[in-house]
Design a binder for this molecule. Structure first.
Ligand code: PEP
Ligand code: MG
Length: 574
């Protein structure tokens, strides 16, 4: 049986389906006979023991590799042993409620109470309580635990969607591919899959229902085809296709270690986008010129609490030290949208991508912003740190962000803590309103980095996560290219650096256009560096400028893509 989806991270994988859907259990109020009370109390103690064993195993497993995450499970064990909570559950059972309802209602009471606490550290514990409650109810329902941190060999994950925290904790040794029902080319699943080199396909409706756990699957994330329960002939063909893809990659990889230059030796800097610096990213650091995007939200998402100034300082310092003097472009916290922190509850929004995210949110939560800015500034003495603000929409946003930065600097001075006063400050260009005002924006900052993922989304009013509308969300939309050209000219006129750090910067079809615009900094997922270096070597700087002119004169995505593919193919034939 065959299915079709959109390729979001290229490659070919052969493996077995591993369906992943976090269990949702709904409990309603029911009672038991008085004669069943004693037995139910015993059942509760058994249940607690099983949950304890699960938590202990999880804690032990993570202790060696990730002690930070291990702490989460230690805290869950403590909650499970909380005397007041236990008393509340036992009282409910004594009142002849079912065990399920006793758990549900008691946890709800405690969660309500905690969520009202003034101290954010206490209210943040509600997410953990919820987690413990879900664990108990899941064990009761007889459903085995599932997470992505430990996968069976050759697993192809099948899920409706994956949260950034799911993908961050993924078992990279055993995962072969990812298939999701939703999520577009620049969803975070796509970005992480590409950075880990995991083939991924999205936009496969009802994948979780149709692709059964354990069944053999071929996924071709070059064509978007998924073959479920393949025949031996199909398996043979897929193995051949996989081998030839690997060979092609091998050829591209020869470019990896070379500098990125046009055929007439004009340099274009290539950078990498990182979350937490992974082993793979560290391995590739010698072959790139800079870190163009350090998505600091991963540090927050990987933690069970709001990272302290000290923890952040250590993390930023670590990246700066490992980068060996290369520029590290640290983006301040970008949460909201699809990125949530379990310990930091925010009001529910109808349209989170148009809501209080990134810089907007940081400006609202002064303490949170100040902590990060102080940590980043303190780290600036350990390398070449550039700080940039995401989701800037207006000149007033820039002014407010700069004021917050200034306040952080003054507070460090007061505390006699050193920082580099010359730290470069920039903005991401990802909201069209600020792209239009590029000339004015450039006066306030040292550099700009174009976030094409969000810029395309906001310019074309098409959700980057929604696989149903990929035809509206396309890298080659002429309006985006013209707007990027405008931004690049306005920043260049004032001698300010401009780079691209959205996924388009690592797309071999579009990277040459940016170089033609005069953009000399492109930051991307590690898996794309070799291909970008290869394509850049095909053209001279003059040819790139001419290619850009031809592209900007075209008015449809199809024409632009066809033109670029033809130009690249012509060069490759030579
Ligand atoms: C972007 O929007 O292009 C970008 C790089 O940021 P993110 O993908 O993290 O939103
Ligand atoms: Mg963005």
């Amino acid at each position: 049986m065959k299915y079709q989806g959109n390729c979001i991270s290229e490659g070919i994988a052969i493996g077995r389906a591993y369906t992943y859907s976090p269990v949702e259990i709904h409990i309603t109020e029911h009672t038991i006979a008085r004669s069943e009370v004693a037995l139910t109390l015993e059942e509760f103690q058994d249940l607690k023991r099983t949950a304890m064993q699960e938590l202990l195993q999880l804690q032990r497993k993570l202790q060696a590799t990730d002690p930070g995450k291990a702490k989460i499970f230690a805290a869950h064990k403590e909650m499970l042993e909380d005397e007041e909570l236990e008393e509340c559950i036992c009282d409910a059972i004594e009142e002849c409620y079912t065990l399920d309802w006793a758990i549900e209602s008691s946890f709800t009471q405690f969660i309500d109470l905690l969520s009202k606490a003034k101290d954010p550290l206490i209210s943040a514990r509600t997410a953990d309580l919820l987690d413990v409650k879900k664990r108990l109810l899941r064990i009761r329902s007889g459903t085995p635990e599932k997470n992505l941190a430990k996968l069976p060999p050759d697993a192809i994950i099948i899920s409706h969607d994956l949260l950034p925290s799911d993908t961050a904790a993924i078992d990279r040794k055993h995962v072969k591919g990812i298939i999701t029902e939703i999520g577009g080319d620049t969803s975070h699943t796509a970005i992480i899959a590409r950075s880990y080199g995991i083939p991924a396909i999205s936009g496969v409706p009802q994948a979780v229902e149709c692709l059964k756990d354990g069944e053999k699957i071929i996924m071709n994330a070059l064509s978007g085809e998924i073959i479920y329960a393949p025949t031996p002939e199909e398996l043979l063909a897929a193995t051949r296709a996989k081998n030839s893809f690997m060979q092609e990659k091998e050829i591209q990889n020869q470019f990896l270690k070379r500098p990125c230059r046009t055929s007439d030796h004009v340099s274009v800097m290539t950078g990498i986008n990182i979350g937490a610096l992974t082993e793979e990213e560290e391995r590739l650091l010698p072959y790139v010129d800079y870190i163009g995007l350090f998505r600091t939200e991963f540090l927050y998402m990987d933690s069970d609490h709001m990272p302290t100034e000290e923890e952040q300082y250590e993390a930023y310092r670590n990246v700066l030290e490992k980068s060996g003097g290369k520029t590290v472009t640290l983006r301040t916290l970008d949460i909201g949208g699809d990125k949530v922190l379990p310990y930091f509850e925010l009001p529910k929004e109808e349209n989170p991508f148009l809501g209080n995210r990134a810089l907007r949110l940081c400006l609202d939560y002064e303490e949170l912003f100040n902590t990060q800015l102080r940590a980043a500034l303190r780290a600036s003495v350990h390398g070449d740190l550039w700080i940039m603000f995401p989701m800037v929409g207006s000149i007033s946003d820039i002014r407010r962000a700069l004021a917050a930065l200034e306040a952080a600097k003054r507070s460090l001075e007061k505390d006699r803590l050193p920082f580099d006063e010359e730290t470069k400050i920039g903005i991401m260009i990802e909201i069209p309103a600020i792209a239009v005002l590029a000339e004015e924006a450039a006066r306030y900052v040292d550099f700009a980095s174009i976030g094409t993922n969000d810029l395309l989304q906001y310019l074309s009013a098409a959700d980057r996560q929604n696989a149903q509308i990929v035809k509206y969300y396309h890298a080659g939309i002429p309006a985006a290219l013209r707007l990027i050209d405008h931004v690049s000219r306005k920043f260049a006129e004032q001698g300010k650096t401009v780079g691209v750090c959205g996924e388009m910067g690592g797309d071999p079809v579009f990277a040459p256009i940016f170089a033609g615009m005069g953009i000399r900094k492109l930051s991307m997922s590690t898996s794309r560096i070799a291909a970008v270096k290869q394509v850049m070597s095909l053209f001279s700087a003059e040819e790139l400028a001419a290619v850009k002119e031809c592209v900007l004169a075209r008015d449809s995505t199809e024409q632009i893509a066809a033109f670029m593919e033809a130009q690249i193919a012509k060069k490759q034939e030579k």
